[in-house]
Structures are given as structure tokens and as C-alpha cells.
Design a binder for this molecule. Structure first.
Ligand SMILES: Cc1cc2nc3c(=O)[nH]c(=O)nc-3n(C[C@H](O)[C@H](O)[C@H](O)COP(=O)(O)OP(=O)(O)OC[C@H]3O[C@@H](n4cnc5c(N)ncnc54)[C@H](O)[C@@H]3O)c2cc1C
Length: 432
């Protein structure tokens, strides 16, 4: 195996978003040694990464608690394999790291779900959160026309963010019907904090039309996106734009938990009341156990951190808060369920696997994800099926295969160093 010096922790947390930060803080405050590893150079995950001055007070509070705790922060390292129980391998820019743990908290978050439609691979057609992340990293958006489309509350949050940074938003297209959104809004009555957020969002989005039962059917342009055609009330309409920000809600990052052997239930990591997975000593928190927003990630992270540190009973007072956050997650799932019409978005020529250029027509002749991989190389490219896997699950109802290492592409030299060391062979002596 690797010849790097191992780093050892009582509790190792993978993922530095709200769930991972909360887990690391609560575990470290129990007095055990904690390592928090994240593949980005800065902590915070999808929602809190970036400029600290524009973030909610809660983010600052958790950051301060983390900085004043004794947790070791391991940023810029991506975990790609578990070569043996209780050992993870992570890759940085230059190095390979061996991380040993007694207990593990997996808080690997979620990513956006992209559904293929004609033109979705054109430059400037982006994920909703993806475009927001690029603007946070300096992409100039002032004066650009951005159509925001897909499904879920992220559309509104990102549209408000882009507007604040000077973008013009001609339209937000939400695929869910108005009746679902009305029911979702009514369900917020039991959650006053969410009502405040919704009122703030409504104010921020003033003047921007939001249409329901609407989705993009084509994007076109010469070298990059110039216009998008949307379906709206049974008709189609074409709008000129510079960017299309489009995603159909989120899918959990379950590859590492599955590699380690955690069981899934309905596509999410199965966890008990203390967030322990089906493997003793391995906990999971945040989006891999269910898509439920930052509040659910924070409370699950705290429970997992306490339990992983050996103080499970101290987590009980948090159960009521988690139950409330889970009810919100259920409303979310029901309200933004994908409609079946979206299965007819791709034409035969539309690329579904953009890494390996596999068209919808080629996949239509396949019977399973496994067969598609073998016969078309779908899901075999650099993203390792992270984009086309969830899309084919929706389009064809295929179930994914087992996960094999590496869970992320890794440098060959590090893969070689991850291999078990061969026992030294005795020197061959001459003679027969
Ligand atoms: C692109 C995107 C943008 C979003 N924007 C918003 C927003 O503006 N507002 C909002 O309310 N919600 C937003 N959300 C939803 C938000 O992320 C969740 O509500 C919640 O905050 C998730 O917290 P988490 O800790 O569970 O996961 P995350 O915040 O996703 O954190 C998980 C972290 O784990 C890291 N990671 C994963 N695998 C590995 C590995 N193998 N090795 C090392 N590190 C790893 C990831 O890079 C990430 O930093 C967004 C989600 C996405 C996917």
C-alpha cells in the first residue's frame, strides 16, 4: 500500500459542508481527535463556500466554532478509495494522503441533476448552482440575460443571487405545476423561519416572471448559447439569452458510502436514529441521507458527530429538530417530483453521456445501465457516470451498478501506490 505517513483520527469527517462542519465541531468539542477533509481549498460546501461577508450569520457562527475547536482541517484533498477497513486514501494537488480512523462521518453532499435536451451541451448552458459557483469565483454576470429553469427552490435562490449581481433574468421556468407549489407554500406554515426566507425571496425576485409547468425543450446558438426554447402551457416560446441556468433538483453523492459498503434505501444512505449506517462506526449526515436543505444537514451532522465521538445519548435532544427538518424534506420531494413529460426531452441525436458522446438513440437499444456501459461506454468517462447515471435512472429507470474504486479519477502514480505491496520474492537461484 501507500508509503505516505498515515494521519490518524478518532473521528474522520469527509465533506466540509454544513453537515461535515457540524459533525467535526460536535465531535471535537467532546475531546476526541478529529480530521475534517474536503476536496475544495475552502470549507463551507455548496452553500457556504466563497465570500464570508455575504453569508448568513449561522455560517459565521459554525465557522468560528470550527476554528476554535481542535479539529484538524484537511482542505484540498479528495477521498478516492478505501483500500482496507478504517483507512481512506485522498489525493491533493501533489500528494497522496493515508487517513486512518476509528469512526467515520460521511457528509459528501449532493450534486445537481441534469436532464438532456437538444442543445444542453452548448457552451453557456450551465447548472443552476454551477453558474452561481462560477459567478462567486469571478465570472462577470452584470448585464447578461440568464434564463433560469428546471425545478426546486434552488432556482429561486440562484435567480435572486444573479439579479443581485447585475444579471437580467427574463424568466424562471419551474417544471412543477402551480398546484404543487401552492401546497408546498401552505406546508411552510409550521416553519416560520422558512416563511421569512420565502418573503425575502419574493421581495428579491420582484419583477421577474415565474412560470410553472414550464421547462426548456431546446437550446441553440452558433458557437455558444444564443436562445432557448421553452414549453409553456402546451405551447413553445423562444427567448434570446446569454446563459441558461438549468437543473432538475439534486442527487445525493453516495458513491463513497457505497464503495465502503453502506446499504442504501430508496437511493439514499440508510442510517439509524444516531445517523449510523449499516456498518458499525460509520455514520452519514446531510444530503446523502436525504435532500432536505441546510437545516437538516446541520442537525444530522451534529447527531453524527456526537455519536461518532462516543456521546450518542447527548444527541437525543436534537431528534425533534431533525424530525421537523425531515418533514420539510418530504414536502420538498413531493412538491418538486419530476413530471413524466421530461422523459421525452431528448431527441435520438441528443447526447446523454457527454464524456463519451453517447446519444439517446444508442441508449434506447440497451436494457440496463450495466449493458449500456459495456456496449456504448456510457458512464465510463471522466465524470464516471455522475452526470449521465442519474439522467438514465430517470429516463430509462435503470439502476446503477456497484461502485468500484477510484470513486473520483486519480493520478496513475497514486493508484499504483494504493495497491497492496507485493511480498518480496526470494531471489531466483540458478540451476534446474
Ligand atoms: C451546486 C449546488 C449549489 C447549491 N446552492 C445553494 C444555495 O445557493 N442556497 C441553498 O440554500 N442551498 C444550496 N444548495 C443546497 C445545499 O448544498 C444543501 O442544502 C446543504 O447545504 C448541503 O449541505 P451538506 O453539508 O450536506 O453538503 P455540501 O454542502 O454539498 O458539502 C459536501 C462537501 O463534501 C465534499 N466532498 C464530497 N465528496 C468528497 C470526497 N470524496 N472527498 C473530499 N470531499 C468531498 C464536497 O466537495 C462538498 O464540499 C446547493 C447545492 C448544490 C449541489
Amino acid at each position: 500500500m501507500s508509503n505516505t505517513t498515515p494521519e490518524r483520527f478518532d473521528v474522520l469527517v469527509v465533506g466540509g459542508g454544513p453537515a461535515g462542519i457540524a459533525a467535526a465541531v460536535r465531535a471535537a468539542e467532546c475531546g476526541v481527535s478529529v480530521g475534517l477533509v474536503d476536496d475544495n481549498l475552502t470549507l463551507g460546501g455548496q452553500i457556504w463556500r466563497g465570500a464570508e461577508d455575504t453569508q448568513p450569520k449561522e455560517a459565521g457562527t459554525w465557522r468560528t466554532r470550527l476554528q476554535t475547536s481542535a479539529a484538524t482541517l484537511l482542505c484540498g484533498r479528495r477521498v478516492f478509495d478505501q483500500p482496507e477497513p478504517r483507512v481512506l486514501l485522498a489525493e491533493g494537488d501533489e500528494d497522496l494522503f493515508e487517513l486512518r480512523y476509528k469512526s467515520l462521518v460521511l457528509a459528501t453532499g449532493a450534486r445537481e441533476l441534469f436532464l438532456p435536451f437538444p442543445g444542453w451541451t452548448l457552451p453557456n448552458v450551465m447548472g443552476v448552482g454551477g453558474l452561481q459557483a462560477m459567478v462567486k469565483s469571478g465570472l462577470p454576470i452584470r448585464g447578461k440575460r440568464v434564463v433560469v429553469a428546471g425545478t426546486g427552490p434552488l432556482l429561486l435562490a440562484v435567480a435572486a443571487y444573479l439579479k443581485k449581481h447585475g444579471a437580467e433574468i427574463p424568466l424562471i421556468c419551474e417544471q412543477a405545476p402551480f398546484s404543487s407549489l401552492a401546497k408546498f407554500a401552505a406546508g411552510l406554515i409550521a416553519q416560520p423561519a422558512k416563511i421569512v426566507q420565502a418573503i425575502e425571496l419574493k421581495r428579491d425576485l420582484e419583477g421577474i416572471p415565474l412560470v410553472t409547468s414550464s421547462w426548456p425543450i431546446a437550446a441553440s446558438g452558433r458557437d455558444a448559447l444564443e436562445r432557448v426554447t421553452i414549453a409553456r402551457a402546451g405551447k413553445s416560446e423562444t427567448l434570446a439569452c446569454d446563459y441558461l441556468a438549468c437543473a432538475f433538483h439534486l442527487v445525493p453523492n453516495i458513491e463513497l458510502p457505497v464503495l465502503i459498503g453502506c446499504q442504501l434505501r430508496c437511493g439514499f444512505v440508510q442510517a439509524d436514529e444516531f445517523q449510523q449506517t449499516t456498518i458499525p462506526g460509520i455514520f452519514c449526515a446531510g444530503e446523502p441521507t436525504g435532500i432536505g436543505g441546510v437545516e437538516l444537514s446541520l442537525v444530522e451532522g451534529q447527531i453524527a458527530g456526537l455519536a461518532a465521538a462516543g456521546y450518542a445519548e447527548a444527541a437525543r435532544p436534537l431528534f425533534a429538530e431533525r424530525a421537523k427538518a425531515r418533514r420539510f424534506a418530504q414536502h420538498l420531494q413531493q412538491a418538486f417530483a419530476l413530471r413524466s413529460e421530461l422523459r421525452s426531452l431528448p431527441t435520438p441525436e441528443t447526447l446523454v453521456c457527454r464524456c463519451e458522446d453517447v446519444s439517446f438513440a444508442r441508449l434506447q437499444t440497451q436494457t440496463s445501465w450495466h449493458a449500456a456501459k459495456l456496449h456504448t461506454r456510457c458512464g465510463m468517462g471522466p465524470c464516471q457516470g455522475r452526470i449521465c447515471g442519474p439522467a438514465t435512472r430517470f429516463l430509462f429507470k435503470w439502476n446503477p451498478d456497484s461502485v468500484r474504486p477510484p470513486v473520483f479519477p486519480a493520478r496513475v502514480e497514486n493508484l499504483a501506490r494504493a495497491l497492496p505491496t507485493e511480498p518480496e520474492q526470494p531471489a531466483l537461484t540458478g540451476g534446474s
